[in-house]
Design a protein around this ligand. Sequence first.
Ligand code: DGT
Ligand code: CA
Ligand code: CA
Ligand code: ZN
Length: 578
Amino acid sequence: MPEYDNPSVAKILDTVGDLLEISGADKFRFLSYHKAAHALRAFPEEVMTLARDGRLTEVPGVGSKLAASIITLTQTGSFPELDAITDRLPGTLVDLTRIPGLGPKKVKVLYEQLDVTSVDALEAAIEEGRLAGLAGFGAKTIDNLAEGIVAYRRHSERRLMADVLPLAERIVAAMRDVAGVTDIAYAGSLRRRRDTVGDIDVVVASGDPESVMEAARTLPRVERVLVSGDTKTSIATADGLQIDVRVVSPDQYGAALQYFTGSAEHNSRLRELAKRSGLKVNEYGVFRLADDAAIASATEADVYTALGMDVPVPELRENAGEIEAALAGDLPGLLEGRDIRGDLHMHTVATDGKSTARQNRAKAAALGYEYIAITDHAVNLHMVGGLGLDALERQWEEIDELNSTGDGPHVLKGVELNIDDDGQVDYDLDVLARFDIVLASLHSGWGQSREVATRRVLRAMDNPFIDVIAHLTGRILCRRDPIDLDIEAVMQKAAQTGTALELNSYPDRLDLSDVHLRMAKRTGVAITLGTDSHDAAQLDYMSYGVGQARRGWIEPGDVLNTLPLHELRLRLKRARSL
Ligand code: DGT
Ligand code: CA
Ligand code: CA
Ligand code: ZN
């Protein structure tokens, strides 16, 4: 029986939604698939469990018909609606919708008018000039599409860490019970919590390697076995994800885990250092060069200790200074999930969120938070129903009511402003002064020059009531490039004006990047973490932000929402303006 996790089923639902839209289905119909996909991604229980217990309809937006289709999928590996629509339309049309700047609407035109069904075919059509004159495809659009194809090819080789992590955890849990296994972990970029990963690497310690290889060949999601030998099996899942499983003897587990965790740059620097001390390090252990005597291999700590250093956590292993720090006994005390006292970015039903302020607060209480900020979109973002003044007043009443009744995290009155092309925002200063916290962010600017886009952000930071710039670059991982900004200039200005920068913890943003986080730290810019949750369940995304913060060497003292509420308030820019 095939096994699916929530992200992989959600992806199928999104595909059906996109294909339906391309086929000209009515809006209600194709949106219902996207809604169900969205809800499934955020749902706290596993789709396989829900299917088994007949509880799929508990997922918002999943009716009995869709539930039946999902059950068919989990039993047979095929999804009836997807089969039906790919009988009529080529499934490769979905690849086209993943090209930046090309949604289902435009794909429909390309398909109907030019019979373009794949990325390669689109590229050929552009080269042959066949898009010229097509309604909705001006010269500028066509240029952007050509660039979009390049970006698509670059992005599509990697996947969101968050989409892959649940599968890796399930593989580890399943293989732990295989006969002879004494230790197991996922390694590689996933263990280092990179924002995107190329594949899943699993390291297993066992006295019975063949049983491990056999188990790897028969993992639930295997579509193809790529290679399988005495110590390594590589398989591919139906959606093209590769999983590398390596088995070693228990006494060499630490060395193998260290080696396959990487990064390659970290390992190569370690080898260099070892050589200078007359040692050699590889996936089997640390050895003395003089006589090849084995010095350490059983645990990761043994390996690093033999090399004369502390153990850097996996998130730091990028050869970005962590080896020097580990040698000097000077590794940073990194941010941990329990340091976070509140979530400073979330949306509600008042705009494009799915949960009420009350539901968000209840979830925050379950997470043990002291406070949250409700930060719906402001009036200029019409697309998502940004709030005008009347709506704001109503939300503030609702928040006052929440804060006055019962216990639970304090709810801050916040907002996410839109930074327009002049660096101006949605409300005047007298309105901005009434919030507890104000975020501002770019929702446009791809294709703008670096100077123009940067000036917008710098101007926004001059506003005395903009406390935080949210998701600075606007990137969507595996989908959309960052807006081109002079990050150095942004950091300087943020430090000067006392504006904090957000680490947006939504798994396809993780914006600031690890590199930008380190720049912020070096420049003395304060960081906030927010999930940008559009559903109370997504407040759990904080863990992705914490992983990324650790990759950026961020310590609790660098983050405003590790502070108690009264101290947080004093550190916001507005504290100096009011
Ligand atoms: P990814 O999969 O592209 O997200 O990144 P990684 O870091 O997981 O890379 P991967 O899967 O190619 O290899 C896993 C680890 O194995 C890598 O971090 C370090 C180690 N490794 C693999 N190949 C080499 C190599 O040629 N040299 C060294 N030093 N280490 C290697
Ligand atoms: Ca990997
Ligand atoms: Ca690999
Ligand atoms: Zn937001």
